[in-house]
Design a protein around this ligand. Structure first.
Ligand code: FES
Ligand SMILES: [Fe+2]
Length: 392
């Protein structure tokens, strides 16, 4: 992030240019509990939000060389991104055209020369063409090989990020269609030069939005995290901006207060004190955290089940050993997996009881209000004017 931008954001945090805390959301918001529990709403979210628009599926560094790949299930559609010989990325539905099993099962990998199905060894080229299958002459001589290549989906790559639409019929798009202007900041981080260090996956008994909700406010930090990160972070000052539906939320360590006491703004730096979170609803949160990047990817499995993949990436030029990043991930997940997500599982159980009709998102939770307003609006638009509103 450019120095002028860091100074501008620090001035806002300090309250030089605007009252603090803030900016607040224009109004608090009520969201029905059924937004988290209804099977009908869940099905509509998968159709409209996950499958109906470009979403972030991978960082470019997860598939750097030709023959490298990254997989992710978007909504209910398994996808594979594959780096081509010419350096471009193609996206495929990660399902074998024979009898439908999953082709690539690792989250990412490299060195592919072809894609061979583990079930009956149908083999595809990296561009998706069906090259060979056992018994082709005897038992499948009436099956058109050319018509059984992998099903392609539209992909766009920019700023070190790979986006796809989980719909083979979707039109081509550009990354800006998913970033809505946030690219003016994201481009500065040179994310394409980072290196993937480690990813871990875990399933949680909660709605996918509760995973996203976790990243939206520091309001909970002194309470839920009082014995872990609480003492180190500000909870009453933050920086929030919306780029269309994309929310960028910056939480700061208390050390930032000394930074803005420095007499010359030329010496001010935000990044050593800040956690920058880009909420790319519905399926990803991209985090710049002092000395690394994190990507949190969410796959909705059911209204009350979500698979979370957490990945960590090191910046160019760092010589740190893999153990450092493993420890980093241990510490990170030590907080979310013992403090944040168990709390969200309790929320899910309680909402499922039907005993509480709605949740309240306060003005002090602007990223929460912002992203829920955006997705509720999108669902309402997709449902059309005659349908019942999804929020009030
Ligand atoms: S399902 Fe893939 S080869 Fe049979
Ligand atoms: Fe938290």
């Amino acid at each position: 992030m450019r120095h002028e931008r860091q100074v501008e954001l620090l001035r806002r945090l300090q309250g030089v240019d605007a009252p603090r805390p803030g900016p607040l959301a224009p109004a608090s918001m009520h969201n029905p509990a059924t937004a988290y529990t209804s099977p009908e709403r869940f099905a509509e979210e998968v159709r409209v939000l996950f499958r109906g628009q470009p979403v972030l599926v991978a960082l470019s560094c997860e598939l750097r060389e030709p023959g490298s790949f990254a997989t992710m299930t978007v909504g209910d559609v398994p996808l594979a991104m594959v780096r081509q010989a010419d350096g471009s990325v193609k996206g495929f539905v990660n399902i074998c055209r024979h009898r439908g099993t999953t082709l690539l099962t690792a989250p990412c990998g490299e060195g592919l020369r072809s894609i061979r199905c583990p079930y009956h060894a149908w083999t595809y080229g990296l561009a998706g063409e069906l090259r060979a299958f056992p018994g082709a002459e005897e038992g499948f001589d009436d099956v058109d090989k050319a018509g059984h290549g992998l099903i392609e989906v539209p992909v766009a790559e920019a700023h070190g990020l790979v986006f796809a639409v989980a719909d083979p019929g979707a039109l081509a798009f550009v990354a800006a269609d998913a970033l809505h202007g946030a690219e003016v900041e994201i481009a500065d981080f040179d994310m394409g030069a980072y290196s993937h260090e480690e990813s871990r996956e875990r399933e949680w008994a909660m709605n996918w939005k509760l995973a996203l909700d976790t990243f939206t406010e520091p309001y909970h930090i002194p309470w839920l995290h009082k014995d872990s990160i609480g003492p180190y972070f500000l909870f009453d000052r933050w920086i929030h901006d919306a780029f269309g539906p994309v929310q960028r939320f910056i939480g700061c360590r208390k050390s930032v207060l000394e930074e803005v006491e420095k007499p010359s703004e030329d010496d001010w730096e935000l990044l050593p004190h800040a956690t920058l979170q880009y909420l790319l609803a519905p399926n990803a949160v991209l985090v710049h955290q002092i000395d690394h990047l994190e990507l949190w990817r969410f796959t909705p499995l059911a209204p009350d089940r979500t698979l979370i993949r957490t990945s960590i990436y090191s910046p160019p030029g760092t010589e740190r050993h893999a153990r450092y990043w493993t420890k980093n991930l241990d510490v990170l997940l030590g907080v979310t997996d013992t403090e944040d997500f168990p709390m969200q599982e309790a929320v899910q159980r309680n909402l499922a009881s039907g005993a509480m009709p709605e949740l309240v998102y306060g003005k002090m939770e602007p990223a929460l209000v912002g992203y829920h307003t955006a997705i509720n609006g999108r669902l309402a638009t997709a449902a059309g004017p005659s349908s019942a509103p999804v929020t009030r």
